[in-house]
Write a protein that binds this ligand. Structure first.
Ligand SMILES: Cc1ncc(COP(=O)(O)O)c(C=O)c1O
Length: 367
């Protein structure tokens, strides 16, 4: 039985008429960049996340870069982040001329460990960029405590809809950054991103930075980016947003099923913190002899992925930062042991069972 890691077609089928109508309206309108579609989506995302302002940009990576720039961070500054994330969490810091300073993760949640953050805080630290990895928010109570007066930037690229103590991601720090990459729980038909903040000053800065730093046309206060959200993306995302909570709930149910199946086995399931409401953009487990399971999955046609096989401190492009293998053992071990299983909302019970059974057969084969 083939089980894909993600099947966007199944998600679109029931809402296809609404999507087609939304796409047609953009074509009829011919306003392809920003405009009313983007303004409407910004309003809707702002309400959804509970943050006063939302600014649509061209990608999640740009959201991070623009957020850092808006906060005035640059050359000579340090930003603390996790070595276990998608590349953009650190490359955005490097791209604006600042130094990414890594702090290891918690082995259960895969998110940055606030105790490790405390160890690397310095007078040069201008922000902590935490990632809500795989759709579970970081431990925001401990992180905010560790941060003190240092602002927290949320890389919420994988976490639209996730919450901490009932407060949604994007509204848990100074500024939040989302991605609408098609595989996200709220995914577009191409690249897209959003910044959320309750600060009027930061929102204004971000709005200017996404259009070359111009507050007035052709008058540039800063050197910004060309990073505008397309109307087509906004139109699609507006249709999808009301369904997001339902899709996330299905993912939580799928995760709960795996949790029950893998209880008391050598499969390491993710630890969910008491105050977190995760959305399971990915369901990532630790598996003994992972490469053997990957081989079996490939034979059977079960979709899977390794997020992320090489931690960020060991990426060749960051050689000059001076980190070495062994510096962040928890992240390095996670890179060696973890695998993402299919978790998307439209998975059938039969598919879920087949995946779980295959994993259990794998661990039983050598224990
Ligand atoms: C944690 C994290 N940060 C940042 C990004 C960057 O988002 P985008 O691909 O939209 O640029 C991603 C996207 O994959 C991500 O998963």
């Amino acid at each position: 039985m083939n089980v894909p890691l993600l099947d966007i077609k199944r998600q679109l089928e029931p809402i296809r008429d609404q999507i087609d109508a939304a796409l047609r309206s953009v074509v009829d309108d011919t306003q392809f960049i920003l405009g009313p579609q983007v303004a409407d989506l910004e309003k809707a995302v702002g309400v959804y996340c509970g943050s006063a302002k939302a600014i649509g940009v061209a990608s999640g990576t740009d959201a991070l870069i623009i957020a850092l720039m808006a906060m005035g961070i640059g050359r000579g500054d340090e930003v603390i982040t996790t070595p276990y994330s998608f590349f953009a969490s650190a490359s955005s810091i490097w791209r604006i001329g600042a130094r990414p300073v890594f702090a290891d993760i918690d082995p259960g949640t895969f998110n940055i460990d606030p105790c490790e953050v405390e160890k690397v805080l310095s007078p040069k630290t201008k922000a902590i960029l935490c990632v809500h990895l795989f759709g579970q928010t970081a431990d925001m109570d401990s992180l905010n405590q560790a941060a003190g007066t240092v602002p927290v930037i949320e890389d919420a690229a994988q976490a639209m809809g996730a919450a901490w103590r009932g407060i949604r991601a994007g509204n848990l720090g100074e500024i939040g950054c989302f991605s609408f990459f098609p595989s996200k729980n709220l995914g577009g038909f191409g690249d897209g991103g959003m910044i959320t903040t309750s600060s009027t000053h930061l929102a204004e800065k971000c709005r200017a930075l996404r259009v070359h730093g111009a507050l007035k046309t052709y008058i540039h206060e800063d050197v910004g980016l060309n990073s505008r959200l397309d109307s087509i993306q906004a139109a699609v995302l507006k249709v999808k947003l009301p369904y997001l909570d339902g899709w996330c709930e299905r993912r939580r149910q799928n995760a709960a099923y795996y949790g029950r199946m893998f209880a008391n086995t050598p499969v390491g399931t993710p630890r969910i913190l008491e105050h977190a409401t995760p959305i399971f953009n990915q369901y990532v487990v630790r598996i003994p002899r992972r490469e053997l399971l990957r081989k079996r999955f490939a034979e059977l046609g079960i979709g899977h992925a390794v997020y992320y096989p090489l931690p960020l401190h060991l990426q060749p492009c960051f050689r000059d930062l001076g980190y070495r293998k062994g510096d962040f053992p928890v992240s390095e071990q996670a890179s060696d042991e973890t695998i993402a299983l299919p978790i998307f909302s439209e998975l059938t019970d039969t598919e879920l069972h087949f995946v779980a059974k295959t994993v259990l057969e794998h661990v039983a084969s050598f224990s």
